[in-house]
Design a binder for this molecule. Structure first.
Ligand SMILES: [Cu+2]
Length: 546
């Protein structure tokens, strides 16, 4: 039987780790659908069931706080070290730190600048930013700015590692490199200790986020704390009069689980995250935690005035999906007026009652607390959760106040209007578990990721339609470009598909069509599933823009 994972034309150098066999072995792929297949279900039976949850939940072994006691933190905005010459220059150190997440106990984490989430970077559209990342962690790192329109050299390709001091391996590409699943990647650009990324930020204003993207180890690295937010602003958006200042809240939602000593629980096969990637079979569909954190605080509460607030919501969870609704103490659901999507403002506001939020998706919504009695609460709840994971965040309405904010009927006129007829190509991609050697893996088009293989070559400036289909939940993310959703399941897109996206949540068994223009920069980029465990277990592909 031919092995579709063995790319044609690649030679195997003597002594090199055999890519296919070794990677399969280190991932323990023999039961990649273990979590779904528990109880002896076959793959087809699992797919027929269309599970509501993709992933398995870890249980914390430490007493958990009651919801809505911890104040909501807002990550500090990072100050540039230099602003000369029209560029804002930042320095960020990746280091281990003890972070107070649960009351009375510190949690050892891997952080940007000692905090979780990392500091927020605020920038202006078209004003370049450079960030020098310094790696003081014990393992290689890679930083990707999710949603950034970034030159390839600064995009954080998974093999463009920054090695820590003392890490032993050759610098020429990825040959025999420990901690990469035995992958070779001759195009990798590896540095030691630091790397400076250049972000032109010539893009629509929106909420981006930065996170680790290291080959095979993205999921545990993000889980340990390597994630932060980045807001891009411009004058036109500020002139709209949306709620601002303390009435604009960035909200990074994550789920985590904690061991008895307060440390983070995560089922890594190699807890050092040095050599052997992957998780036990039970967690191969994704790792879920039983504690919901917003900006790093468990089920926090935030005091608000009885006015409009702009909530900039990011799901930075590895695998957990949410369906958020805003519910008053007397059981009324408040409107969530969506003004923006992953890639910035909508053309016009769309009133939502529920926000389906897949990993890496963002929603920019305005919620009006004016009709909520002072002294009562509005809870942001997750309809997909059970027990405590139904709870996310509460707002306590403290006082009446004047409100000069508004939500204009027209928000933006610069949304791309691509039509099917503009597309020079239609491509099909299936995101599925599949046969991989003797077991299952997470595959795109039947193949697991190989950095050295060419998967998609697109011409700069071309418009393409991509047809995507999924078996279980797969949030599909394209680097570099935003896209619009043309259809879902052969029908019109959902109201929550409005605007310009960079991540689309495919639900079990669902197909969708997206349209995009490969615009910006030439070079090697990626598209992948943003279930972080799937991504680490093969569900990525190269996107070469030429
Ligand atoms: Cu996936």
């Amino acid at each position: 039987m031919s092995d579709p994972r063995e790319p044609a034309g690649r030679t195997r150098s003597p002594g090199r780790r055999a890519y296919g066999v070794d990677r399969r072995r280190v991932l323990g792929i023999g039961g990649a659908l273990g979590a779904l297949a528990a109880g002896g279900l076959t793959t087809s039976a699992v797919l027929a069931r269309r599970p509501a949850v993709t992933g398995a939940e870890l249980r914390s072994a430490v007493p958990l706080p009651d919801p809505y006691r911890t104040p909501l933190p807002v990550p500090p905005v990072l100050r540039p070290v230099d602003t000369a010459g029209g560029t804002d220059r930042y320095q960020v150190t990746q280091r281990a730190a003890r972070v107070r997440i649960l009351p009375g106990v510190d949690t050892p984490m891997w952080t940007y600048q000692g905090a979780f989430p990392g500091p927020t970077i605020e920038s202006r559209r078209g004003r370049p930013v450079t960030v020098t990342y310094r790696n003081e962690l014990p393992v290689p790192t890679v930083v990707h700015l999710h949603g950034g329109r970034t030159p390839a050299a600064s995009d954080g390709y998974p093999t463009d590692l920054v090695l820590p001091r003392g890490w032993r391996e050759p610098m020429d590409g990825m040959r025999h490199m420990p901690g990469t699943g035995g992958m070779d990647d001759p195009r990798a650009v590896v540095t030691r200790l630091t790397r400076t990324h250049t972000f032109p930020l010539d893009q629509r204003p929106t909420l981006l986020w930065y996170h680790d993207h290291r080959m095979d180890f993205t999921a545990p690295a993000i889980w340990r704390g390597l994630a932060g937010m980045h807001v891009v602003r411009d004058d036109a958006e500020e002139a709209l009069g949306l709620p601002a200042g303390p009435r604009e809240l960035p909200l990074m939602i994550t789920d985590r689980a904690f061991a008895a000593d307060g440390s983070l629980a995560y089922p890594a096969l190699d807890p050092t995250l040095r050599d052997r990637p992957g998780v036990p079979d039970r967690y191969l569909a994704g790792v879920l935690g039983d504690v919901i954190l917003v900006n790093g605080a468990p089920w926090p509460v935030h005091e608000v005035d009885a006015v409009r607030y702009r909530l900039r919501i990011l799901n930075a969870s590895n695998a957990r999906h949410y369906e958020l609704e805003a519910v008053t103490d007397d059981g009324r659901r408040l409107d969530l007026v969506q003004v923006g999507a992953d890639q910035g403002l909508l053309a016009a506001p769309v009133t939502q009652r529920v926000l389906p939020l897949a990993p890496a998706e963002r929603y920019d919504v305005v919620v009006d607390f004016a009709a909520v009695p002072v002294g009562s609460r509005v809870r942001l709840r997750n309809r997909l959760g059970t027990g405590r994971t139904r709870e996310v965040l509460a707002f306590r309405v403290a006082r009446r106040a004047t409100d000069r904010s508004r939500v204009p009927r027209v928000l933006a006129r610069d949304l791309p209007a691509w039509h099917r007829g503009d597309a020079v190509r239609v491509r099909d991609f299936a995101f599925r578990a599949g046969r991989m050697g003797g077991g299952h893996g997470w595959l795109i088009g039947g193949r697991p990721f190989d950095p050295a293989r060419s998967d998609v070559t697109a011409r700069l400036g071309d418009v393409e339609v991509w047809r995507l289909i999924a078996d279980v939940h797969h949030p599909v993310h394209l680097h570099l470009v935003g896209f619009r959703v043309l259809s879902r399941g052969g029908r019109a897109p959902l109201p929550t598909d409005a605007g310009l996206k960079d991540t689309i949540a495919l639900r079990p068994g669902e197909s969708a069509e997206i349209i995009t223009r490969f615009d910006g920069y030439r070079g090697r980029y990626l598209f992948h599933c943003h279930n972080a465990e799937h991504e680490d277990m093969g569900m990525m592909a190269n996107l070469d823009i030429v």
